[in-house]
Design a protein around this ligand. Structure first.
Ligand SMILES: [Zn+2]
Length: 239
Protein backbone atom coordinates (compact mmCIF):
# COMPACT_ATOMS: atom_id res chain seq x y z
CA UNK A 1 0.00 0.00 0.00
CA UNK A 2 1.18 3.51 -0.75
CA UNK A 3 1.96 5.83 2.06
CA UNK A 4 0.51 9.29 1.73
CA UNK A 5 1.00 12.32 3.86
CA UNK A 6 -1.74 12.11 6.43
CA UNK A 7 -2.10 14.83 8.96
CA UNK A 8 -1.73 14.03 12.61
CA UNK A 9 -5.39 14.93 12.95
CA UNK A 10 -6.42 12.37 10.32
CA UNK A 11 -4.36 9.70 12.01
CA UNK A 12 -5.90 10.56 15.33
CA UNK A 13 -9.42 10.46 13.81
CA UNK A 14 -8.78 7.08 12.24
CA UNK A 15 -7.38 5.70 15.45
CA UNK A 16 -10.39 6.95 17.37
CA UNK A 17 -12.86 5.50 14.83
CA UNK A 18 -10.99 2.21 14.96
CA UNK A 19 -11.41 1.99 18.71
CA UNK A 20 -15.08 2.97 18.63
CA UNK A 21 -16.31 0.99 15.62
CA UNK A 22 -13.93 -1.47 14.00
CA UNK A 23 -14.40 -2.17 10.25
CA UNK A 24 -11.93 -2.01 7.35
CA UNK A 25 -11.92 0.91 4.94
CA UNK A 26 -11.48 -0.12 1.28
CA UNK A 27 -8.90 2.60 0.65
CA UNK A 28 -6.71 3.02 3.74
CA UNK A 29 -7.58 -0.37 5.26
CA UNK A 30 -7.86 1.22 8.67
CA UNK A 31 -10.71 -0.10 10.72
CA UNK A 32 -13.78 2.05 11.21
CA UNK A 33 -17.50 1.53 11.55
CA UNK A 34 -20.23 3.10 9.54
CA UNK A 35 -22.10 -0.04 8.62
CA UNK A 36 -23.34 1.27 5.26
CA UNK A 37 -20.03 2.74 4.11
CA UNK A 38 -17.19 0.90 2.39
CA UNK A 39 -14.83 3.86 2.68
CA UNK A 40 -14.05 5.61 5.97
CA UNK A 41 -15.12 9.23 6.52
CA UNK A 42 -11.51 10.46 6.42
CA UNK A 43 -10.88 8.90 3.00
CA UNK A 44 -14.26 10.15 1.73
CA UNK A 45 -13.28 13.67 2.74
CA UNK A 46 -10.01 13.32 0.79
CA UNK A 47 -11.57 12.01 -2.45
CA UNK A 48 -11.36 14.38 -5.39
CA UNK A 49 -14.42 13.95 -7.64
CA UNK A 50 -14.34 15.53 -11.12
CA UNK A 51 -18.02 16.59 -11.04
CA UNK A 52 -17.82 16.55 -14.85
CA UNK A 53 -21.59 15.95 -14.91
CA UNK A 54 -22.05 19.58 -13.85
CA UNK A 55 -19.89 20.99 -16.68
CA UNK A 56 -21.57 22.72 -19.60
CA UNK A 57 -18.26 23.33 -21.40
CA UNK A 58 -15.71 20.76 -22.61
CA UNK A 59 -13.72 19.03 -19.86
CA UNK A 60 -9.97 18.38 -19.94
CA UNK A 61 -10.84 14.76 -20.70
CA UNK A 62 -12.86 15.80 -23.77
CA UNK A 63 -9.98 18.00 -24.93
CA UNK A 64 -7.43 15.22 -24.49
CA UNK A 65 -9.07 13.33 -27.39
CA UNK A 66 -9.79 16.27 -29.67
CA UNK A 67 -8.25 15.69 -33.10
CA UNK A 68 -7.48 12.07 -32.24
CA UNK A 69 -10.75 10.10 -32.16
CA UNK A 70 -14.43 11.00 -32.28
CA UNK A 71 -16.18 10.23 -29.03
CA UNK A 72 -19.85 10.56 -28.17
CA UNK A 73 -19.13 11.01 -24.50
CA UNK A 74 -16.30 10.99 -21.99
CA UNK A 75 -16.50 10.68 -18.22
CA UNK A 76 -14.08 10.28 -15.31
CA UNK A 77 -15.25 9.85 -11.74
CA UNK A 78 -12.13 11.05 -9.90
CA UNK A 79 -9.15 13.35 -10.33
CA UNK A 80 -5.75 11.72 -10.07
CA UNK A 81 -2.88 13.68 -8.54
CA UNK A 82 0.33 12.48 -7.02
CA UNK A 83 -0.30 11.55 -3.41
CA UNK A 84 -4.07 12.04 -3.39
CA UNK A 85 -6.42 9.28 -2.32
CA UNK A 86 -7.26 8.50 -5.97
CA UNK A 87 -3.67 7.35 -6.38
CA UNK A 88 -4.16 5.06 -3.43
CA UNK A 89 -7.38 3.63 -4.93
CA UNK A 90 -5.63 2.90 -8.24
CA UNK A 91 -2.68 1.37 -6.44
CA UNK A 92 -4.95 -0.85 -4.33
CA UNK A 93 -6.80 -1.92 -7.49
CA UNK A 94 -3.63 -2.74 -9.44
CA UNK A 95 -1.25 -4.07 -6.85
CA UNK A 96 -3.20 -4.55 -3.61
CA UNK A 97 -5.28 -7.56 -4.67
CA UNK A 98 -8.28 -5.43 -3.79
CA UNK A 99 -10.89 -5.92 -6.54
CA UNK A 100 -13.64 -4.88 -4.12
CA UNK A 101 -12.45 -1.28 -4.38
CA UNK A 102 -12.92 -1.43 -8.18
CA UNK A 103 -16.44 -2.80 -7.78
CA UNK A 104 -17.30 -0.10 -5.27
CA UNK A 105 -16.12 2.83 -7.40
CA UNK A 106 -17.36 1.11 -10.56
CA UNK A 107 -20.84 1.18 -9.02
CA UNK A 108 -20.43 4.89 -8.23
CA UNK A 109 -19.33 5.47 -11.83
CA UNK A 110 -22.26 3.43 -13.20
CA UNK A 111 -24.79 5.29 -11.05
CA UNK A 112 -23.68 8.59 -12.59
CA UNK A 113 -23.31 7.28 -16.17
CA UNK A 114 -26.86 5.98 -16.34
CA UNK A 115 -28.13 9.48 -15.49
CA UNK A 116 -26.03 11.30 -18.11
CA UNK A 117 -27.79 12.02 -21.42
CA UNK A 118 -24.58 11.26 -23.36
CA UNK A 119 -24.49 7.75 -21.93
CA UNK A 120 -28.21 6.97 -21.65
CA UNK A 121 -28.25 4.60 -24.66
CA UNK A 122 -25.00 2.73 -23.90
CA UNK A 123 -25.41 -0.97 -24.57
CA UNK A 124 -21.92 -2.49 -24.18
CA UNK A 125 -19.09 -1.95 -21.68
CA UNK A 126 -15.70 -2.89 -23.13
CA UNK A 127 -12.82 -3.15 -20.63
CA UNK A 128 -9.38 -2.20 -21.96
CA UNK A 129 -7.82 -5.66 -22.12
CA UNK A 130 -4.85 -6.68 -20.05
CA UNK A 131 -2.36 -9.13 -21.50
CA UNK A 132 -3.27 -12.63 -20.21
CA UNK A 133 0.15 -12.95 -18.54
CA UNK A 134 -0.42 -9.77 -16.56
CA UNK A 135 -3.98 -10.78 -15.73
CA UNK A 136 -2.72 -14.12 -14.48
CA UNK A 137 -0.14 -12.42 -12.25
CA UNK A 138 -2.62 -9.84 -10.91
CA UNK A 139 -5.51 -12.29 -10.64
CA UNK A 140 -7.90 -9.96 -12.47
CA UNK A 141 -8.14 -7.18 -15.06
CA UNK A 142 -8.86 -4.00 -13.12
CA UNK A 143 -10.79 -2.47 -16.06
CA UNK A 144 -13.06 -5.51 -16.11
CA UNK A 145 -13.70 -5.18 -12.37
CA UNK A 146 -14.73 -1.54 -12.87
CA UNK A 147 -17.06 -2.67 -15.69
CA UNK A 148 -18.65 -5.19 -13.36
CA UNK A 149 -19.39 -2.39 -10.90
CA UNK A 150 -20.88 -0.26 -13.69
CA UNK A 151 -23.02 -3.24 -14.76
CA UNK A 152 -24.29 -3.70 -11.21
CA UNK A 153 -25.42 -0.06 -11.08
CA UNK A 154 -26.67 0.34 -14.64
CA UNK A 155 -27.60 -3.09 -16.01
CA UNK A 156 -25.45 -2.49 -19.12
CA UNK A 157 -23.72 -5.62 -20.45
CA UNK A 158 -20.01 -6.27 -19.98
CA UNK A 159 -18.48 -7.32 -23.33
CA UNK A 160 -14.94 -8.49 -22.71
CA UNK A 161 -15.17 -10.63 -25.85
CA UNK A 162 -14.83 -7.68 -28.25
CA UNK A 163 -11.17 -6.68 -27.76
CA UNK A 164 -8.07 -8.63 -26.78
CA UNK A 165 -4.38 -7.94 -26.22
CA UNK A 166 -2.06 -9.45 -28.78
CA UNK A 167 1.40 -9.04 -27.27
CA UNK A 168 3.14 -8.13 -24.07
CA UNK A 169 3.53 -4.44 -23.24
CA UNK A 170 6.94 -2.88 -23.73
CA UNK A 171 8.06 0.47 -22.41
CA UNK A 172 6.51 3.37 -24.30
CA UNK A 173 8.44 6.20 -22.79
CA UNK A 174 11.19 6.61 -25.38
CA UNK A 175 8.97 6.35 -28.45
CA UNK A 176 7.45 9.27 -30.31
CA UNK A 177 3.73 9.44 -30.89
CA UNK A 178 3.74 7.86 -34.36
CA UNK A 179 5.87 4.86 -33.52
CA UNK A 180 3.92 4.52 -30.30
CA UNK A 181 0.73 4.28 -32.32
CA UNK A 182 2.24 1.61 -34.62
CA UNK A 183 3.35 -0.26 -31.55
CA UNK A 184 0.01 0.12 -29.81
CA UNK A 185 -2.03 -0.92 -32.83
CA UNK A 186 -0.22 -4.23 -32.91
CA UNK A 187 -1.08 -4.89 -29.32
CA UNK A 188 -4.85 -4.96 -29.66
CA UNK A 189 -7.14 -6.84 -31.98
CA UNK A 190 -10.80 -7.36 -32.44
CA UNK A 191 -11.85 -10.63 -30.97
CA UNK A 192 -15.16 -11.29 -32.70
CA UNK A 193 -16.87 -10.39 -35.93
CA UNK A 194 -18.81 -7.17 -36.20
CA UNK A 195 -22.15 -7.08 -34.44
CA UNK A 196 -24.65 -4.78 -36.07
CA UNK A 197 -26.97 -4.66 -33.11
CA UNK A 198 -24.62 -2.66 -30.87
CA UNK A 199 -25.44 1.06 -30.84
CA UNK A 200 -23.21 2.64 -28.24
CA UNK A 201 -19.95 1.13 -27.04
CA UNK A 202 -18.29 2.43 -23.87
CA UNK A 203 -14.59 1.65 -23.46
CA UNK A 204 -13.64 1.46 -19.77
CA UNK A 205 -10.26 1.79 -18.06
CA UNK A 206 -8.93 2.60 -14.60
CA UNK A 207 -6.97 5.76 -15.38
CA UNK A 208 -6.29 8.09 -18.33
CA UNK A 209 -2.91 9.82 -18.60
CA UNK A 210 -1.81 10.30 -22.25
CA UNK A 211 -4.93 8.61 -23.63
CA UNK A 212 -2.87 6.45 -26.05
CA UNK A 213 -4.28 3.13 -24.90
CA UNK A 214 -7.89 4.28 -25.08
CA UNK A 215 -7.27 5.96 -28.44
CA UNK A 216 -5.98 2.66 -29.83
CA UNK A 217 -8.97 0.72 -28.56
CA UNK A 218 -11.41 3.29 -29.94
CA UNK A 219 -9.74 3.26 -33.39
CA UNK A 220 -9.92 -0.52 -33.62
CA UNK A 221 -13.57 -0.57 -32.54
CA UNK A 222 -14.38 2.29 -34.92
CA UNK A 223 -13.14 0.25 -37.89
CA UNK A 224 -15.43 -2.59 -36.97
CA UNK A 225 -18.41 -0.57 -35.78
CA UNK A 226 -18.49 2.36 -38.21
CA UNK A 227 -22.02 3.42 -37.26
CA UNK A 228 -21.98 2.85 -33.52
CA UNK A 229 -21.39 5.60 -30.99
CA UNK A 230 -18.21 5.15 -28.97
CA UNK A 231 -17.55 6.73 -25.58
CA UNK A 232 -15.03 6.31 -22.82
CA UNK A 233 -15.53 6.06 -19.06
CA UNK A 234 -12.72 5.85 -16.54
CA UNK A 235 -12.30 5.79 -12.80
CA UNK A 236 -9.75 8.60 -12.84
CA UNK A 237 -8.19 11.25 -15.06
CA UNK A 238 -4.63 12.46 -14.43
CA UNK A 239 -4.14 16.18 -13.91
ZN1 LIG B 1 -10.01 5.13 4.84
Amino acid sequence: MLTKPASVFNKWTRDLLHVLYPQNCLICRHEFNQSKLAVCPVCISELSYTNFEAYSEATNLDKLFWGRVDLSGTYALLRFKQQNSTQQILHELKYGNNPEIGLHFGRELGTILKQLPAFSDMDALIPVPLHPKKEFIRGYNQAEIICKGITQASGVSLRKDLLKRTSFTESQTKKNRVSRWDNMQNRFALRTQQEHNLQHLVVVDDVVTTGSTLETCVRILRNQFPKAKISIAVLAVAE
